[in-house]
Design a protein around this ligand. Structure first.
Ligand SMILES: CC(C)(COP(=O)(O)OP(=O)(O)OC[C@H]1O[C@@H](n2cnc3c(N)ncnc32)[C@H](O)[C@@H]1OP(=O)(O)O)[C@@H](O)C(=O)NCCC(=O)NCCS
Length: 225
């Protein structure tokens, strides 16, 4: 998220917030779960992969969950969930989507494979705190977690963020919807970064993952600065 799209471009008062890991503040696990429940479309809350591995993300992998805490109120304002995984650095070596990277990260943990990259799984800003650019601070927190763990890349599987409002429309049709000016209808696909990816360079364009009903996009990557 770069300040070039439809956001406010506001610079949040960084000093007002502290980024900590869930490992440092395990007592914020319940507020974090409540924030996820409030922030996500219903279908995302019943993902079998998420349900199976949520507890391990919150315990063994708590150091990779970034909490943005309002210092004055000591209140959770936003949350970044991520998982480390072993990646060979090639596009072909990327897991096929959100659930695939979760399965791989958990498998790497179980098999003792050394992770080399961090995959963001979600960024959630409390509904009453949106539009202030807080998601940028969360992404920064995830980058810091990657750097701390010696991981060389932060990646993020993306989904067409407006699709859940049109559950009866097949993904294949939805991703072709356009605005009158020709830009993609979906807010994420219309973002300048995604538009850049449709060119020869930059991020790969949005595509459906058809293994389980086509709800998820592929993985886009960016090096950790
Ligand atoms: C998406 C979300 C994290 C953005 O929070 P935020 O920081 O308050 O958003 P802002 O309004 O300050 O905008 C920040 C950037 O996100 C983009 N953005 C905001 N909502 C978006 C959406 N629904 N789809 C795509 N991009 C979005 C904005 O265009 C902006 O980009 P820019 O800075 O390049 O212009 C927040 O709306 C949220 O928690 N939503 C529910 C959970 C979710 O969908 N998370 C994203 C996928 S993991």
């Amino acid at each position: 998220m770069t300040g070039t799209g439809r956001g406010t471009g506001a610079t949040p008062q960084q000093g007002a917030f502290q980024v900590v890991s869930l490992a440092a503040r395990p007592e914020l696990t319940l507020p974090a779960l409540e924030l996820l429940a409030a922030g996500w479309p219903e279908f995302m809350r019943h993902d079998p992969t998420a349900e199976r591995h949520q507890a391990r993300l919150a315990t063994e992998l708590a150091g990779f969950q970034a909490l943005l805490v309002d210092r004055e109120k000591d209140e959770l304002a936003a949350l970044g969930v991520s998982i480390p995984f072993a990646w060979d650095g090639t596009l072909a070596g990327l897991p096929a989507g959100w659930d695939a990277v979760v399965e791989q990260g958990v498998g790497d943990l179980d098999e003792g494979r050394r992770p080399t990259a961090l995959s963001a799984l979600s960024v959630t800003v409390a509904p009453d705190r949106r539009g202030q650019g807080l998601s940028r601070l969360v992404v920064r927190g995830l980058k810091a977690a990657a750097t701390r763990a010696g991981l060389g890349a932060l990646l993020a599987p993306v989904r067409p963020s407006g699709k859940s409002a049109y559950p009866l429309t097949p993904m294949e049709r939805y991703v072709r919807w356009a605005r009158p000016d020709g830009a993609p209808f979906d807010p994420l696909a219309a973002h300048p970064l995604a538009a850049r990816g449709r060119g020869a360079r930059g991020l790969p364009s949005l595509h459906g993952d058809h293994r389980r009903g086509g709800h998820l996009g592929g993985l886009d990557g960016a090096g950790v600065p």
